[in-house]
Design a protein around this ligand. Structure first.
Ligand SMILES: [Zn+2]
Length: 444
């Protein structure tokens, strides 16, 4: 009888039985005082107060056998490689976490600070604003390392499980028009409404952390918003942390380069979308979840994506054009001083036993990457994040690159990149995805 009871207990607690531990932490990364906000070129002055505080949230997982993993989410537009690389180097030196086992993701809020030097070429910033942004980048780098350390210090026996829900407020934003593709609403375009959820519970069942994700630009709020906030993702995180006292709720951005919340543009709508997302996560957490076990296999592949060559005359014309925007002029000056031919691109895979793989792509990848990866890798659940580790520009699929529009062409001005990618960008990204997936033992 006793033996049967014990067997039943072990069957019910697979993760605990294997000695899995998890830890979570939250560090406030709200800038002190007014700061230049990222995401919209139309802004012409620094922030005016705080609607919602911004956080870096970290989840550490020690599967008991094999290496530990740290996942950090940030209520920010995206991290430049310079900050991600420095954080990764310090986390490795201090805590022994390898690069492949640290995942940095950003919620892509457009009501957060500029994360220097990303997207800073959008404006001709006053010198004192640039100084504030450089200081914020230094502070943020330290804060992200602190978040990782605090989550590791919080490691305690835990049960991990996962499930999927769905919410429908993301819409494809690449709207065909007489003048080509513009940012609007395209109900016929591809979307992925899935909401992956990972639950981290204490042995007594108390929720200690929730990791949830969605493929939708965190841009309910527009360029006339000057209060700092985490937009819909921040609302959902705050709601879940209030529903589960003491828990840390981390939001991960998925392949949402061409996905917008619909409708959008008011604080009320940001709250509506955030509450809808939190309610769905809440429903999934209280439904049938599958166990998430270790060990965690990890892979990191860095490839290089090539831009289509541009003649110098393109940039000389931008500089000679009195009507050129500050962003066009800044990009032209940069390219004439030191031409850029390509960009480093990180692809990461974290595979939990044979339960779930988390694929994390850099940049603002469009939803085609998510849909193709899920078509190619079937049989075991897959979550495809983007905005991970570093954000260098949008990552169009071959289809989007050929169609043109903001995600293919215009964004590169703001990111200070030379121009559109050369054909073959999707193949290069998928070559890296295939390598990373193979290293964690997944085949097509
Ligand atoms: Zn974006």
């Amino acid at each position: 009888m006793m033996r049967r009871l014990l067997l039943l207990l072990f069957a019910a607690l697979p993760a605990c039985a294997a000695g899995l531990r998890a830890g979570a932490a939250r560090v406030d990364i709200t800038p002190d005082g007014p700061i230049w906000m990222s995401g919209y070129a139309s802004r012409n002055h620094p922030s005016e107060g705080v609607r919602q505080r911004l956080f870096a949230r970290a989840l550490a997982i020690d599967p008991g056998s094999g290496g530990r993993v740290v996942i950090i989410s940030t209520d920010l537009v995206g991290l430049p490689a310079s900050i991600a690389d420095e954080v990764a180097a310090r986390v490795r030196n201090r805590f022994g976490i390898e690069r492949a086992r640290l995942l940095l993701n950003s919620s892509h809020t457009h009501t957060g600070p500029v994360v220097w030097p990303n997207l800073a070429a959008m404006w001709d910033l006053p010198a004192d604003e640039e100084t504030k942004l450089r200081e914020y980048a230094v502070r943020l780098t330290g804060d992200l390392v602190t978040a990782a350390g605090n989550a590791l210090a919080d490691l305690a026996p835990a049960q991990l499980s996962f499930g999927f829900g769905e919410v429908g407020f993301a819409v494809n934003r690449r709207e065909p028009s007489a003048r080509g593709i513009r940012i609007g609403v395209n109900p016929a375009g591809p979307v992925d409404h899935q909401v992956p959820v990972i639950k981290v519970a204490a042995p007594d069942g108390r929720v200690r952390a929730v990791l949830f994700a969605y493929a939708c630009h965190n841009t309910t709020l527009t360029g006339d918003s000057y209060q700092l906030s985490g937009d819909y993702a921040g609302v959902a995180e705050a709601q879940l942390e209030s529903d589960y006292p003491g828990a840390t709720a981390l939001f991960l951005s998925l392949c949402e380069g061409d996905q917008n919340p619909n409708p959008r543009s008011t604080v009320e709508l940001a709250e509506q979308h955030g509450h809808a997302l939190a309610a769905e996560v809440h429903r999934v957490l209280n439904g049938d979840l599958r166990p998430l076990r270790g060990p965690v296999r990890a892979a990191w592949v860095e490839t290089r994506l090539r831009f289509a060559p541009q003649p110098r005359s393109v940039y000389e014309a931008d500089l000679a054009n009195p009507k050129a925007s500050p962003a066009l002029r800044n990009r032209a000056r940069k390219m004439l001083a030191s031409p850029v031919t390509g960009v480093a691109y990180p692809v990461q895979a974290l595979r939990f036993a044979h339960d779930l793989t988390l694929l994390a792509l850099g940049g603002e990848a469009v939803v085609d990457y998510d849909l193709r990866a899920k078509r190619e890798y079937t049989g075991e659940p897959l979550v495809v994040a983007a905005y991970s580790n570093s954000v260098m520009c949008y990552i169009p699929s071959e289809r989007v690159l050929a169609e043109g529009g903001y995600e293919a062409v215009d964004n590169l001005v703001y990111y200070g990149q030379p121009g559109p990618f050369a054909p073959g960008v999707e193949t290069s990204v998928f070559d890296a995805i295939h390598q990373a997936m193979k290293r964690v033992g997944r085949s097509k």
